[in-house]
Design a binder for this molecule. Structure first.
Ligand code: SF4
Ligand code: SF4
Length: 133
């Protein structure tokens, strides 16, 4: 039986929450985050989001996502792209993408072969559907 820990175990390094942009929030993400924070939409929008046209992202503070503080402080309400990271299904068909993501995420097993990684990820996805890390 495949085990997520065979291919990934988050080290909480925080690298994926750093940078000058964040993932975009779709409608479901926005709703989930509002519910998790227990605030009205206007308050969440003003305090936590950077809105440009139809694009909604989280604000950046001191070079990282506003919710990052020794880990994600909005874990249950985080965007689906954050929950999916770093096990993006595109890695199954793109070895270069796998290499790029593994280089940026120390939580991915650094010793496993690409073929073995794909076999386990595929098995997990078939058993669980979307994998939330
Ligand atoms: S919502 Fe959480 S997981 Fe996503 S970038 Fe912000 S701190 Fe990181
Ligand atoms: S998902 Fe990867 S990059 Fe992000 S905190 Fe965990 S180990 Fe670090």
């Amino acid at each position: 039986m495949a085990d997520l820990k065979d291919i990934f175990e988050c080290t909480q390094c925080g690298y994926c929450c750093q940078g000058e942009t964040t993932v975009s929030l779709n409608q479901d993400d926005q709703k989930r985050m509002i519910e998790e924070l227990g605030l009205g939409e206007d308050a969440v929008r003003a305090k936590y989001w950077r809105v440009s046209g139809n694009v909604v992202q989280m604000k950046i503070v001191d070079g990282h996502c506003i919710f990052y503080e020794n880990g994600c402080t909005v874990h249950q309400g985080r965007p689906w792209r954050c929950a999916q990271w770093p096990l993006h299904p595109s890695m199954l068909s793109d070895k270069n993408n796998f290499k790029t993501i593994r280089e940026s995420c120390p939580g991915i097993n650094q010793d496993i072969s690409y073929e073995e990684f794909c076999r386990i990820l595929q098995e997990l996805m078939e058993a669980e559907g979307t994998i939330h890390c």
